[in-house]
Every structure is written in C-alpha cells, then in structure tokens.
Write a protein that binds this ligand. Structure first.
Ligand code: VAH
Length: 319
C-alpha cells in the first residue's frame, strides 16, 4: 500500500486552515501539501502556491509531490458569488473539472469535495430537509455545488474514482473569519462580542433559522467520511450533514449570557433572500446510517468554546 500524500486546495480558507492542521497530525507533516493563491505568514508545513484554474499547474503539483488524495476546498461562496455570477461559475466549475480530470489521469485514490446547504432552493421542505429533494438553488454558488455533486457522481460511476462529499451547514469557527458567505454573520458576531466594540449589525432578520455546525464537528465529519470503508459510502453526490440549528436572535441571546451589555441591530440586506431559500434544519439520517455521524456541539457548547478561544486570540494580539 502506498503512503498517503495529501493535497489541499484552498487551504487558506475557513475550513482549509483547520483541516490542514488535522491532516498534518494524522498523516505526518511532510505528507500534507497545503496550497492556495497566497501563503499565510503564520503557515507551518509544506505549501505550494497554486491556482487551480490552471490545469497544468495542478497536474504538475500532483505529479511532483506524488499526491494520492485531494481535498478540493477552493470555491467562491454564496454572497460573494452574486457579485459576479458568470465568473463565479467559471471558477467554481473550472477548478472542479481540473481536479476531476487530474485525479482521473493521475489515478488519485480518494478525493473530497465540499458541497453545501446552498444546493437547496425554494422547492424544499424547510424543516428537516431530506437528502434528495428537487434541487433548485437560488445562488450561482448553490448552482455550481448542485452541478458539482452530479459531476462528482458521474466521475465515481464512469471512472471508478472514490470521491466523497458533504453538504456543509454554515460553519462557525474561531481560527479564521468566514469569507463571503451568507452564514458569515454567525462568525462575525463572536468577533464583535469578544472585542466589546458595541453594537453588532446583523445582515439577516432576527428570526432567520439556519443550520450551523461548529468547526470541530465539521472537520471531524470530513475526516470520518474520508476514513469510512468505501462500501459504506452509498451516496456519491453529497451527504446532508447536521450540527444544530438557530436564529440570529438565539445566537445573540447565547452570547449575551456572557456579555450582558452586548447589543445587536438587524439590517437585512440581499443575503436575506438567499438565507430564506435554505433549510431551517437538515435530515442527516443517511450520514448517521452510512458512516455513524453524530455532532458533539450544540449552540451552548459552541458559544462557550468560541468565546474562550477568541478571548485567548485577542489577548495574544494585544500583548
Ligand atoms: C455560505 N457558508 O454561506 C457558506 C455555505 C451554508 C452555506 O456553504 O455561502
């Protein structure tokens, strides 16, 4: 059996930052190559500057490093993507096609492709949204993820590639800011509260219920899915995944337990329409049945860790 050599694309993003560290621990520092358009000054490990829209650059990187697994995290997210829909489509799909083709040509053992609750649209049951409803996404990001899921399934069936995928809820973590999504408010609110800078302006309405997941659970789900025996992976598009679900008001109230003077004001913008097209909660019974998924964090436990870790972080930057 050959040693796993991992390539992570988009390693500087919200998921990539944390996933890279976990994969370094699991597979060894020298067996994980993080890549992105630019390197973060605090990054430790093996890094390649890589533009995944460039097929040859990706292929050369894979061959040079004898890569056996790819975690393909590059994507323009839902809110940012609406600023330039056609360019977003080109980037999200172009990168995916390059990863799929390079994986086929270079006989990559396993690939991870993140999808999102953004694949859902107006034609769904909002509560406990099932695994396989009619997908009619409202954003170009959601369209690219829904199409991406089908392409992933196609490459699995036609070429026998072992590609695995999760539809992430909004991910909340303290290690980095979220970048251009509709669920970013759930990260930003903690930064505002812990910096004690006054009123948080929320771009969603107080009652907007959305599925969220704490970063530790999101990363653990990714690794558990990738570690599961291939015969257990019955869904080759993408698995629904649930953490917990809450509204901005509920999140605010949880933070207020620790910061009683913290204030919030609601100024819904174009992202409200996007959020309204997404589920309130998710049915992830396929993930539970096929690879034993179980989240550990709920709103309260996530809030506790977010505040504790951000306090440490801000203290360290002030000193
Ligand atoms: C976004 N966080 O808001 C992303 C996500 C849950 C949706 O994929 O665009």
């Amino acid at each position: 059996m050959r040693t796993d050599k991992i390539l992570i694309t988009g390693a500087g993003g919200q998921l990539g930052t944390v996933l890279t560290k976990q994969l370094q621990e699991k597979h060894g520092f020298d067996n994980v190559i993080a890549s992105d358009l630019i390197i973060n000054s605090s990054f430790e490990g093996c890094f390649e500057v890589l533009d995944v829209t460039n097929f040859d650059a990706l292929k050369n990187c894979v061959l040079k490093n004898e890569i056996t697994q790819i975690y393909h995290l590059v994507a323009i997210l839902s809110a940012k993507g609406e600023e330039a829909p056609l360019q977003t489509w080109d980037i999200n799909m172009g990168c995916l096609f390059n990863v799929l083709e390079v994986s086929r040509l270079c006989k990559i053992d396993k690939i991870f492709y993140p999808s999102s609750i953004a694949v859902f649209g107006d034609n769904i049951e909002r509560d406990n949204t099932p695994q396989s409803p009619n997908l009619t996404p409202l954003t170009v990001y959601g369209i690219s993820k829904a199409s991406g899921e089908n392409w992933v399934n196609y490459y699995c069936n036609k070429y026998g590639l072992d590609i695995r995928s999760i539809r992430y809820p909004g991910v909340v973590g303290y290690q980095s800011l979220a970048g251009g999504g509709t669920t970013d408010y759930a990260v930003d609110i903690f930064h505002k509260a812990v910096r004690e800078e006054g009123v948080f302006s929320c771009f969603l309405k107080a009652s907007t219920q959305l599925p969220l997941i704490f970063i530790d659970d999101a990363i653990r789900a990714t690794i558990e899915l990738m570690d599961a025996p291939a015969q257990n992976i019955k869904i080759r598009t993408s698995y629904n995944l649930a953490g917990f679900t809450c509204t901005p008001e509920e999140l605010y109230n949880a933070i207020k337990q620790v910061y009683p003077d913290f204030k919030i004001a609601y100024y819904p913008d174009f992202r409200q329409v996007i959020a309204d097209s997404w589920p309130n909660s998710i049915d992830d019974s396929s993930a539970i049945d096929d690879w034993n998924w179980k989240p550990k964090f709920d709103l309260e436990s996530m809030t506790h860790v977010m505040i504790k870790e951000l306090k440490k972080k801000f203290k360290a930057t002030i000193v």
